[in-house]
Ligand binder design. Structure first.
Ligand code: ADP
Ligand code: MG
Length: 165
């Protein structure tokens, strides 16, 4: 199981449940202001991963693909918020700007599907997760941390997945 360097890990998922489990570990430590980017083709497992994140975070709401409204917001008992953006249908920089990521980040954590369509508006400090379809049930999950906060988040995922610490 490769730990490529301190900023990168790869996890091979063998089932949707395993993808959700990895998401739950990450969701359990998410805080207001955190940015998680999820890159991958249709069917790669991004929304499945978000289901796990939301569950680990403690969401009272269930996750659905925000395909038409671009942003979903999930709530927790302590009133904190988790934002879920799907930028797949964004078609202009103006539209991306109007999403106003900054105000979301002031109020909660943020997950972005299709971050590469955000026209460079994604914060530089983030955890970037790339999901690749291997076969019907297998996905490669590649995590890359940018910034200290995200190295710390990655460390949690690494320890809970590969043991140690
Ligand atoms: P995306 O949001 O990237 O388009 P979804 O999470 O909506 O992807 O869909 C992924 C599909 O692939 C689901 O039907 C899911 O059950 C299936 N799948 C099969 N194996 C896996 C796996 N290991 N991880 C995640 N999803 C998987
Ligand atoms: Mg999706």
């Amino acid at each position: 199981m490769p730990a490529l360097d301190s900023h990168t890990i790869e996890i091979r998922s063998h089932s949707p449940d395993q993808t959700r489990l990895v998401g739950m570990r990450l969701g359990g430590v998410l805080q207001t202001g955190d940015v998680i980017c999820l890159q991958g083709d249709l069917g790669a497992g991004k929304t499945t991963f978000v289901q796990g994140i939301a569950q680990g975070w403690g969401s009272l709401d269930s996750v659905s693909s925000p395909t038409f409204i671009l942003v979903n917001m999930y709530r927790r008992e302590d009133k904190s918020q988790l934002f879920h953006v799907d930028a797949f249908r964004l078609d202009s920089t103006l539209e991306a700007e109007e999403l106003d990521l900054d105000s979301m980040l002031a109020d909660g954590a943020l997950i972005i599907e299709w971050p590469e369509r955000m026209n460079g508006l994604v914060p530089n400090q983030r955890l970037w997760v790339k999901l690749d379809h291997i076969d019907k049930e297998q996905r490669e999950m590649k995590f890359k941390a940018s910034g200290k906060r995200y190295n710390d988040l990655l460390e949690v995922v690494r320890n809970e997945t590969f043991g140690g610490g």
